[in-house]
Design a protein around this ligand. Structure first.
Ligand code: GLA
Length: 724
């Protein structure tokens, strides 16, 4: 009896689904395949809807001029946004259990629409529907023409009688075809962030992911480079770049299948993040940025940088101030007089803004070290009896801006906040809470915690005189449990947390448009374009030893422009002052060093560096296009240049990381037909500047610039300007 009922129900469902399927596929059946091209200036993603089955397939992604042949026979492995359970057998982008328990999804084309948002941006929306279920998935593809970037995300919505369970919901999953594929990831740990690792992919799935929910990029960033048919080269070869705009747990999966096709899936990590989607709610996945170039990974980086400056970061064209940050100079051990004395030193060096770091808050549990006070965002009356306003006033008197450090998502158990709201912390029921840096993460899915976090941000940031904020996050999540979410939504925790987090960041940017912001998470633990949209720069690493910084900045520079990469001169590593300054000068320059403890040579080096940054290098490094000339991974030195978009000016940096030969460095990006004057900048105190030379662009590109670098920690900077 039970059996018969089941069969009858199945037969009815099948009949309904076939009828629905027939109506859904009719638009494609009417003629040949429907072509959908998403194009930028040089690249194109070409898709089609097959008349035979109404599914959306990928023809190819690469050069705009490439003409791909339609397949003679449809191949389900070439679906553009593959779904689990109805014929597709590789790694799916989407896996859903429907309200009735059906574990398969089948998406057929309904319609597409392209709108020009402005002359540079076109948004294509492709609507797909499951013929058997009221489930619609809209694939969104935003093409940024001049930057050769395509941003993709999906919007998932249904009207089933009860919630559906999304097991996998990646943002995108394009496939690429070539002979060989080389994947470069940017991995590491605290103090060795963004370290390059390249490998040739072999059949199977390579997963690059993060499961730690908060400061999720601690061990790798959600950005990769794929080079076709050989290891990635700087200026030649077909190369793709992908960067996911998400601050939480992510997964990038590269599947090389039995037909030697590479599919690259990018999105929210499915591990521990099943999501029950209620009827009529729309789930928008994070965007993933794709770019393609046939001019190597150098052009891939330049595409990302140009996109970021225009669309991806706050005030991309605004100069970043020269910061003085007191973290390495004082840690939490300071008082009013100490900070004011640092202002004097900062002013003498030529710094523009003082950033007061951790340690300024907490009274019952003063923040005198990292064990207490997080969560209690009132100024510490003992250390700073006259308050933050007084410090801002004193900074202003010296012509300095004033900024403040916050860590609004966290709590120390030793705090008034925790005493009042133990249940606000993320912990797992029936488990011993794990502390990291003596702190816990606050549960941002709770509306009361969201309100508290907003107060922790808006309070300090709206202090009179504050024009800069550093937003830190010093631990990740190891026990993702919420006292607020119901049992069947516990797996929503880190997804909803990060949505709430991004909403807070966005609100801060909107409510405080004149306050500049730096993203930090125990160094570079939150480095992604979901976060950076709301910030001006990020702190890449607590490792400020300039020898290591060359590589760390090199790594992040693959995706993020120089003006976003905080680079401060500190005492770490005790390197020659000129070397430390020259390394910081190729990023967003700053200082973190007690001036009263500096040698005369250090003071002179930093003062000169700041003058140079203000007069010329800030403009060239922030507006210029980056060319990586010699990799620190390949030899004893690193070299890079930034070239203004009209090729009229460039700055070239050379860093000697081990003893080597004094070979000329060949610049890139200059115009071979123009004549340039080459002048060494920031010459060491004990050497005399060589005369400026006038050279043909072609000769410069061919023969290079002789550099005075041979020994470990030698360095040089050249300005190359079009001869008048
Ligand atoms: C993190 C940051 C540092 C500093 C400290 C303060 O480690 O990366 O720059 O702000 O926190 O506790």
């Amino acid at each position: 009896m039970i059996m018969t009922t089941r069969i009858t129900r199945f037969a009815v469902a099948l009949a309904t689904s076939l009828a629905a399927f027939a109506s859904a596929i009719s638009p494609a059946r009417a003629g040949g395949p429907i072509r959908i091209n998403v194009e930028t200036a040089n690249s194109a993603l070409k898709l089609f809807v097959a008349p035979e089955d109404s599914r959306l397939y990928e023809l190819g992604y690469g050069a705009a001029k490439e003409n791909y042949d339609f397949p003679k026979k449809l191949n389900r492995q070439e679906e553009f946004y593959p779904q689990y359970g109805d014929g597709f057998i590789s790694q799916p982008a989407l896996q859903i259990t429907h309200a009735d328990g059906n574990t398969s999804t089948s998406l057929a084309y309904v319609k597409r629409e392209t709108s020009n948002l402005d002359p540079d941006i076109a948004l294509t929306k492709i609507e797909l529907k499951d013929p058997a279920y009221p489930l619609v998935v809209t694939l969104c593809l935003k093409a940024y023409r001049d930057e050769d970037v395509i941003e993709q995300w999906s919007e998932i919505r249904h009207e089933e009688p009860a919630p559906i369970t999304m097991l996998r919901y990646h943002s995108a999953a394009p496939a690429i075809k070539a002979k060989d594929y080389f994947l470069t990831q940017f991995q590491g740990d605290y103090k060795r962030e963004a370290t390059l690792a390249e490998e040739k992919l072999t059949p199977g799935i390579k997963v690059l992911d993060s499961k730690i929910g908060v400061r999720a990029t601690r061990y790798r960033i959600p950005s990769v480079i794929i080079s076709l048919d050989g290891p990635a080269q700087e200026e030649t070869g077909e190369t793709f770049g992908a960067s996911l705009c998400w601050s939480g747990s992510f997964s990038i999966e590269a599947e090389l299948d039995w037909q030697n096709r590479l599919r690259l899936l990018a999105g929210i990590n499915p591990v521990g993040q099943q999501y029950r989607l209620k009827p009529k709610e729309t789930f928008k996945t994070p965007g993933v940025l794709w770019t393609w170039s046939d001019k190597g990974k150098g052009q891939v980086s330049r595409n990302f940088h140009r996109w970021a400056k225009k669309y991806g970061i706050r005030d991309g064209d605004k100069p970043r101030p020269i910061l003085f940050n007191n973290w390495e100079a004082t840690h939490t051990d300071f008082d009013d007089a100490k900070i004011v004395s640092l202002f004097d030193g900062a002013k003498d060096l030529g710094v523009e803004l003082f950033l007061l770091d951790d340690g300024w808050f907490g009274n019952k549990h003063p923040r005198d070290n990292d064990r207490a006070g997080l969560g209690d965002w009132e100024v510490n009356r003992k250390k700073l009896p006259q308050g933050l306003e007084h410090l801002a006033d004193e900074a202003k008197k010296r012509g300095l801006g004033f900024g403040i450090w916050i860590e609004p998502e966290m709590v120390n158990p030793q705090s008034e906040l925790f005493e009042a709201h133990r249940d606000w912390a993320i912990v797992q029921r029936n488990r011993e809470p794990e502390l990291s840096r003596y702190q816990l993460v606050l549960d941002l899915t709770r509306p009361d915690v969201q309100q508290h976090a907003w107060k922790s941000i808006a309070g300090p940031v709206s202090t009179r005189g504050v024009s800069y904020v550093k937003w830190d996050a010093n631990r990740y999540v190891t026990q993702p449990g919420s006292s607020y979410l119901p049992p069947d939504e516990q797996t929503h925790l880190m997804v909803d947390y990060n949505r709430a987090l991004l909403a807070l960041m966005s609100r801060m940017a909107k409510d405080f448009p004149d306050v500049m912001a730096m993203a930090c998470a125990g160094g570079g633990g939150r480095t992604d374009y979901g976060t950076l949209k709301h910030f001006h720069s990020f702190w890449p690493s607590d490792n400020t030893d300039p020898r290591d910084r060359v590589k760390i900045q090199w790594g992040f520079g693959h995706f993020f422009p120089a003006a976003t990469i905080g680079a401060h001169v500190t005492a770490m590593g005790n390197r020659p002052p000129k070397f430390a300054c020259d390394v910081a000068l190729s990023g967003a320059f700053g200082v973190d060093r007690d001036v009263s403890k500096m040698s005369a040579e250090e003071r002179r080096a930093i003062t000169n560096a700041i003058a140079l940054y203000k007069s010329t290098l800030r403009q060239i490094t922030s507006r210029g296009d980056l060319y990586r000339l010699e990799s620190p991974y390949d030899g004893p030195r690193a070299a890079l240049d930034y070239v203004m978009p009209d090729a009229s000016k460039a700055a070239l940096f050379v860093y000697q990381l081990a003893d080597g030969e004094a070979k000329p460095v060949k610049p890139c990006g200059l115009d071979p037909k123009r004549r340039y004057t080459v002048r060494e900048l920031n010459v060491a105190a004990d050497s005399s500047p060589s005369d400026a030379k006038s050279v043909d662009g072609a000769a410069l590109l061919r023969d290079g610039i002789p550099v005075p670098c041979r020994k470990e920690f030698d360095s040089a900077i050249f300005e190359i300007s079009e001869a008048k």
